[in-house]
Ligand binder design. Structure first.
Ligand SMILES: [Zn+2]
Ligand SMILES: [Zn+2]
Length: 352
């Protein structure tokens, strides 16, 4: 994308000159920001690449305000690698105006995704009150078949289609992240694969243990209804929520394999949630160390995620994309923006 941006910049003075020398209608195509994509740098490890994904997206085909192709455009521009279209089955306030079946938002978005070479996953949101709550079924083949009375039947139909089930916003709308018996039943039957530790602007700290306790994958998704740019400001700590997926390859199949193997971390507001193993490996891959004869070390953070570590009661910050000069630590540091569980932060040691 750097090349396209450079060409656009070169065109700028030429176009300005052309405008003066003729009377034709002038088109400012070169100012079109839709051709420029953000680069989010988060390294991989163990041969996996880190894919930035959002598995929870709404459009005008349920209760969102945006047409499906714009969802793809937003995600591509913001530097994501994949999104799942998950319009509600049961809640469609515009259904008398937007008359379509449950697959149509995906079908429209797919055309935009194919143009950009962007990965799009077919899904839907099964929408019930608590205790069951809302569940996304992604990697399904036909959302229409999930339009049935019994939500447990809808889950079974999704699974027959090869679907992957996410328990959405466990702390919404009652501000309690209760793990009900129905969830225990579904997890034990292998019918819940993942859960949202972060949804939209919320985090659910009680759920930070669930990846370890229940073997389900932690996620951070937007559940976006309006525009992403309207809801999330940009900067180090305000990227949209995203699920980091450690995949063998950047493809639909690669993402599915990684999700089945639970190789994810939830990322929002500069904070990561997930297993000790993946957090440790990600931090290690991000921080490049050069030891100095002075007894200090230079630590270069090659990722777009800043890390905050505490050692001997002192805070050390490793800003994104910068080099920090720090003491040559012996022993463990506590990474206070990486959660391995509820109130549990990652312990990190720099390799000698
Ligand atoms: Zn929901
Ligand atoms: Zn939703």
């Amino acid at each position: 994308m750097k090349r396209i941006a450079a060409i656009a910049l070169l065109l700028l003075p030429l176009a300005a000159a052309a405008q003066i020398s003729n009377d034709d209608v002038h088109k400012y195509d070169h100012r079109n920001n839709s051709q420029v994509r953000n680069v989010i740098s988060i390294p991989g490890f163990d041969g996996y690449q880190t894919l930035k994904c959002d598995f929870h997206i709404h459009t005008a085909f349920s209760d969102g305000s945006v047409w499906p192709d714009i969802r793809v455009q937003e995600a591509w521009q913001e530097g994501l690698d994949a999104i799942a279209m998950t319009d509600h089955i049961e809640y469609r306030p515009h259904k008398n105006i937007v008359v379509a079946d449950h697959n149509e938002s995906y079908n429209i978005a797919k055309k935009a995704a194919d143009r950009l070479g962007f990965i799009l996953i077919k899904g839907t949101e099964i929408t019930r009150s608590k205790p069951l709550g809302h569940l996304n079924a992604i990697f399904i083949t036909d959302a229409n078949k999930l339009d049935v009375e019994d939500p447990l039947k809808a889950i079974d139909i999704a699974r027959e289609q090869g679907g992957y089930i996410i328990w959405n916003h466990p702390g919404w709308p009652d501000d309690k992240s209760t793990f009900y018996p129905i969830h225990d039943e579904l997890v034990k039957a292998g019918k819940i694969d993942a859960y949202e530790a972060y949804n939209y602007m919320e985090s659910y700290p009680l759920t930070f243990d669930w990846h370890a306790d229940y073997g389900i994958a932690p996620m951070a998704n937007t559940d976006i209804h309006g525009t992403v740019a309207g809801d999330y400001a940009y900067g180090d700590r305000w990227l949209r929520p995203m699920t980091l997926v450690f995949a063998r390859e950047k493809s639909l199949e690669g993402i599915r394999e990684a999700l089945d193997a639970r190789r994810t971390l939830a990322f929002f507001q500069g904070t990561l949630v997930g297993s000790e193993e993946y957090l440790f490996k990600l931090v290690k891959a991000s921080l490049k160390v050069r030891r100095l004869s002075s007894g200090n070390m230079e630590v270069t953070n090659i990722s777009d995620i800043a890390y905050e570590m505490v050692h001997d009661g002192r805070l050390y910050v490793f800003p994104a994309g910068k080099t920090a000069l720090v003491p040559d630590f012996s022993g463990e540091l506590v990474v206070r923006n990486c959660y391995t569980g509820h109130n549990k932060c990652l312990h990190f040691t720099f390799e000698k």
